[in-house]
Design a protein around this ligand. Structure first.
Ligand SMILES: [Zn+2]
Length: 272
């Protein structure tokens, strides 16, 4: 009986609105929903302390040296995102940073402006303390784990099993290929770990047939250790490789061999 009613849906709904005939007539859901149901905005409202937002925006503006647009979110999947577009810094930040302690706010500013590694560790700890233990990831940036020559996910799984009892819950991806205009490199960051995103990035220069698996695994292992061993604080800065870190790093089966390989091939990696 649904189909004959459809052309008259509008009329039926109008009658319902006046409170007549509602019990007697079945309206197909779709039509009824279109005509009658007016829902309030679906997303929960986020009440932001505007003064705190402006204060944080001012901090960012002072450090950035240009205009800043700061939005406050309630998003569990990307706690902090930022991009610079035509000289404008757009930052989206979870509301937990509106009342964070001063050292965390400092770290936030450094992280947004310089992608600072110590800052990432401080923020990661703060995010954990605030109960955000799920893996966070911008949905728009897919992870690429399978390279032409090396499969990062398989490496991560092997290392996790062998050295961490399967306890390391992080994401991993090949980093973006640098643009050709970058010229000759003088340094190369072979791996990085963002505690904010719980994400290990491995430099795509390592995805070569001439780079041995034990070396790529060493880089992955090192970054996994950053997730496990926190930096130690002292004298106003964070040591990302405290003694405990260095000790555990030597547990990697091919540690010496990997360091020796790196020394011999650094020049080639810089040109790769
Ligand atoms: Zn390191």
């Amino acid at each position: 009986m649904g189909s004959p009613l459809v052309p008259f849906g509008r009329m039926v709904a109008a009658r319902m609105a006046r409170g007549r005939g509602a019990a007697a007539i079945r309206i197909p859901d779709r039509v009824g929903a279109q005509l009658r149901l007016v829902l309030p905005a679906a997303s929960p409202r986020l009440f932001v302390h505007e003064g705190a937002r402006q204060a944080l925006e001012r901090r960012l503006r002072a450090a950035f040296g240009g205009p800043v647009v700061l939005s406050i979110t309630d998003n569990r999947h990307s706690i902090i995102t930022h991009r610079v577009q035509r000289g404008l810094l757009f930052a989206r930040v979870h509301h937990m940073f509106l009342d964070s302690p001063p050292d965390v706010t400092d770290a936030l500013v450094r992280y947004v402006l310089d992608d600072d590694r110590e800052a990432s560790a401080i923020l990661g700890a703060y995010i954990d303390d605030n109960g955000f233990r799920v893996a966070r990831r911008k949905r728009s940036a897919p992870l690429a784990t399978k390279g032409k020559h090396h499969d990062l996910l398989a490496m991560h799984a092997r290392l996790n099993e062998r050295y961490f009892h399967g306890a390391v819950n992080v994401l991993i991806t090949w980093g973006k290929r640098p643009t050709a205009a970058a010229g000759v490199r003088r340094t190369i960051k072979l791996g990085s770990y963002s505690a904010v995103d719980r994400l290990i990035r491995v430099h795509p220069a390592l995805d070569r047939a001439w780079v041995p698996r034990y070396f790529v695994e060493y880089i992955v292992f090192h970054e996994m250790l950053h997730h496990v061993v926190p930096g130690s604080r002292g004298l106003g800065r964070v040591n990302m490789h405290p003694p405990e870190f260095k000790e555990r790093e030597r547990e990697y089966r091919h540690f010496e061999r990997a360091l020796a390989w790196e020394r011999r091939h650094l020049g080639r990696l810089l040109r790769a």
